[in-house]
Design a protein around this ligand. Structure first.
Ligand code: AMP
Ligand code: ZN
Length: 458
């Protein structure tokens, strides 16, 4: 029996899909104005494992992950870069796809973009206004009237009066209540804008997820998730604006992941303390990062360190060592290992416990290897199979041991320096020869205007 921790109930609940055998999953996606950092990797690897496990358990999952391609931060960055908003978002969507593919993330079944959903959002806002839960403020913006939704706070377990007293009141505010949130804002000069019954403008952030989720998964669906910062106000607002229209429960299970932190602080683009996924992948195998993220439970905070990454590599080495030199075999079935693996994953997707079961299995393979190579191989096939549910340990062990060779940084730097000299002397054949030599070491180089950077050939 699969149990999932539901933020709404604040406890683990037995999972029962709305439609037998089918599960609708919506994950709030990335706001695309920069490269994805490893905090994003954490949230989306967690979502990926949830989807993989549900599918492995036999559910037909419809997985939706949106892209926020219009918001204040995007507009600001495009302005700073003197770039069109669409050019900026296009670039970072491509980069996100490259990073996510490297991390072996399951492709969402649908990946809607906010800018393609403006008519749906306008229709939804009209319905909210018609229900009496939103108003047009003096400056023309449309706000949701939080006080009129009696369940406000049901997800984050906040008391509305406490929220009210803590809310920042701005004298220039056009809101009737400091907690009210914007559904539609009129465009300022030079901002991207769309026509609407309230004038040319753009949607507030929260409305996009309600519009996209309801269109693609139905008014009511099973699982909605994101990092824990989204619990309030984003998801609280989603519930309010959706439920006043549909007049029933919007989402059954709300799933929130813990933060990836650098020391004691959340890693975030706005705090500027972020390490991008590609920074890590320049020096480590994507599987090592994926493993690191799976080694703690998705709801716990995870402190990122280089040492933890080294340990993840060591753990993978142990697994691949167990799988090395085994003859082909059909996997063993009905084992205690498999049962314990399922128990761990059924317990709110407890990947660290599931990994500890896989370690026991790896140990068993090593124990059997000398005595009974056939049985060892059957257990090896089981290890490969179960690890596949987590999206790890799928490579050929020999490939792992080749690519896992530690990088000789000093040698790379020396070769790059030698190539600079060759280029300065216009010795193009020597420069090309060095590039090929680096490629042979699995290193790709890129010449920038200032200097030459390198990364692993992933
Ligand atoms: P954003 O691009 O900031 O809109 O975030 C996209 C998703 O990544 C949201 O679900 C966030 O909660 C999640 N996220 C952002 N930073 C972190 C972090 N440091 N750790 C875990 N998840 C994060
Ligand atoms: Zn969202």
């Amino acid at each position: 029996m699969l149990k999932i921790f539901n933020t709404l109930a604040r406890e683990k609940e037995i999972f029962q899909p709305i439609h037998p055998g089918k599960v609708g999953v919506y994950m709030c996606g990335v706001t695309v104005y920069d490269y994805c950092h490893i905090g994003h990797a954490r949230t989306y690897v967690s979502a990926d494992v949830i989807v993989r496990y549900l599918r492995w358990r036999g559910y037909a999952v419809n997985y939706v992950r949106n892209i926020t391609d219009i918001d204040d931060k995007i507009i600001k960055r495009a302005h700073e870069n003197k770039e069109e908003v669409s050019a900026l978002t296009h670039r970072f969507i491509q980069a996100m796809h490259q990073d996510f593919t490297a991390l072996q993330l399951t492709q969402p079944d649908q990946e809607p973009r906010a800018t393609a959903y403006i008519p749906h959002m306008i229709t939804l806002i009209q319905k909210i206004i018609a229900s009496g839960h939103a108003y047009v403020a003096d400056n023309g913006d449309v706000y949701f009237n939080v006080r009129r939704f009696s369940d406000y706070g049901c997800l984050s377990h906040h008391d509305i009066d406490q929220l009210e007293s803590g809310a920042r009141v701005d004298v220039t505010d056009v809101k009737r209540d400091p907690l009210d949130f914007v559904l539609w804002k009129l465009a300022k000069p030079g901002e991207p804008k769309w026509d609407s019954p309230w004038g040319e403008g753009r949607p507030g952030w929260h409305i996009e997820c309600s519009a996209m989720a309801m269109d693609l998964l139905g008014e009511q669906f099973d699982i909605h998730g994101g990092g824990r910062d989204l619990m309030f106000p984003h998801h609280e607002n989603e519930i309010a604006q959706s439920e006043v229209v549909i007049k029933k429960k919007f989402v059954n299970i709300w799933v929130h992941g813990g933060f990836l932190q650098i020391e004691k602080e959340k890693m975030s683009k706005s705090l500027g303390n972020f390490i991008t996924i590609r920074d890590v992948l320049a020096k480590h195998e994507p599987e090592t990062l994926r493993y690191l993220l799976l080694a703690s439970h998705y709801r716990s905070p995870l402190v990122y360190t280089d040492e933890a990454l080294q340990q993840s590599h060591q753990s993978l080495t142990r697994f691949y060592t167990a799988l090395r030199f085994l003859p082909p075999a059909t996997r063993s079935t009905g084992t205690l290992f498999e049962q314990k693996f399922i128990e761990a994953m059924d317990d709110d997707f407890n990947t660290p416990v599931a990994l500890s079961v896989l370690f026991e299995l790896a140990h068993d393979i090593q124990r059997l290897r000398e005595k009974d190579s056939h049985q060892a191989a059957e257990q090896g096939a089981l290890l490969h199979y179960l690890a596949g549910v987590l999206g790890i340990i799928q490579a050929n062990p020999e490939v792992f041991f080749q690519s896992g060779t530690p990088i000789d940084m000093a040698k790379i730097e020396a070769l790059i320096a030698a190539r600079q000299v060759a280029r300065a002397n216009k010795n193009w054949s020597e420069a090309d020869h060095i590039r090929q030599e680096l490629l042979g070491m699995g290193i790709v180089i890129e010449d920038g205007p200032e200097d030459t950077s390198w990364k692993r050939n992933i």
